[in-house]
Design a protein around this ligand. Structure first.
Ligand SMILES: NC(=O)c1ccc[n+]([C@@H]2O[C@H](COP(=O)([O-])OP(=O)(O)OC[C@H]3O[C@@H](n4cnc5c(N)ncnc54)[C@H](OP(=O)(O)O)[C@@H]3O)[C@@H](O)[C@H]2O)c1
Length: 239
């Protein structure tokens, strides 16, 4: 762990009730990091994970900036985080012609706008040193058959991380993103079995990833990284 964290590292995992977020919570707690995890709808599994690991579970709805900021401020009053992991996303296996404006707005807010407002809030509150680790599903070098609304928000995240890296680096905030391939749980449940098999064959490692493998890289970025900034790290088995 970096020397600066030796005193009292504290992590927030947004989307801790999800497959990847849950694995991150476990990895952080295994290292005895003081961890707050959020959930939106899956309260019971979130409370169970919190009880099992010793994390604290908190309900958090990522919608508008006006709704988000007071929730973040309330949590900040209880302790300053040194690491915030954004593990929140929504997707639906939907062709473009069936995409409604309401679903697009929800997806945009949850997947990308929330990360933007989170970063802006962290800078405004002068949270330094801080690591922001976003998770997503594109590293801008792939050509994948993703739902368009999901892909658009993931591309936005990746581009945002690049620019945030430059703007927030001088303020003592590292920002990076982990771009995942198909994992064994979570959002991958929206894939058809045919598409999942395609990914397995297309992966250079010939398998989907495990949530723990994603968590390993995410926690490394949050606790060990000192010089990677504004980058998208692909963890996708070589897709
Ligand atoms: N799993 C994969 O195969 C895969 C592949 C590529 C990329 N990823 C990336 O990994 C990250 C995590 O995905 P996952 O697979 O862990 O998905 P997941 O299991 O469906 O978890 C999603 C998390 O986001 C939360 N969430 C969704 N919408 C929200 C909102 N509006 N406000 C607050 N919380 C909200 C959910 O809360 P509740 O469940 O409590 O409602 C849950 O904690 C995402 O960035 C995703 O793009 C995953």
């Amino acid at each position: 762990m970096r020397a600066e964290l030796a005193a009292k590292p504290r992590a927030w995992v947004l989307g801790g009730s999800g497959a990847i977020g849950g694995a991150v919570v476990r990895a952080l707690r295994a290292r005895q990091i003081d961890t707050v995890m959020t959930y939106r709808s899956r309260k019971e599994p979130a409370l169970a994970l919190a009880a099992e690991t010793g994390a604290r579970a908190l309900e958090l709805q990522l919608s508008s900036r006006d709704a988000l900021i007071p929730q973040l401020d309330a949590e900040l009053a209880l302790g300053r985080p040194s690491l915030i992991v954004h593990c929140v996303a929504q997707s639906a296996a939907l062709p473009l012609v069936e995409l409604s404006e309401a679903l697009w707005r929800d997806t945009l807010q949850a997947n990308a706008e929330s990360a933007l407002w989170l970063a802006q809030w962290a800078a405004a509150r002068e949270l330094s040193p801080l690591d922001l680790v976003f998770t997503g599903g594109l590293d801008r070098s792939q050509s994948l058959p993703l739902p368009v609304h999901y892909a658009a928000t993931q591309g936005m995240l990746a581009a945002m991380v690049m620019a945030l890296g430059h703007e927030l680096g001088p303020r003592g905030i590292r920002v990076n993103m982990v771009s995942l391939g198909v994992m064994d749980a979570g959002l991958s449940a929206t894939l058809t079995s045919e598409r999942r098999t395609d990914y397995e064959h297309f992966s250079a490692l010939r398998r989907v990833g495990r949530a723990e493998e994603a968590a390993q890289v995410i926690t490394w970025l949050g606790l060990e990284n000192s010089y990677i900034q504004g980058k998208v790290i692909a963890v996708n088995g070589g897709i």
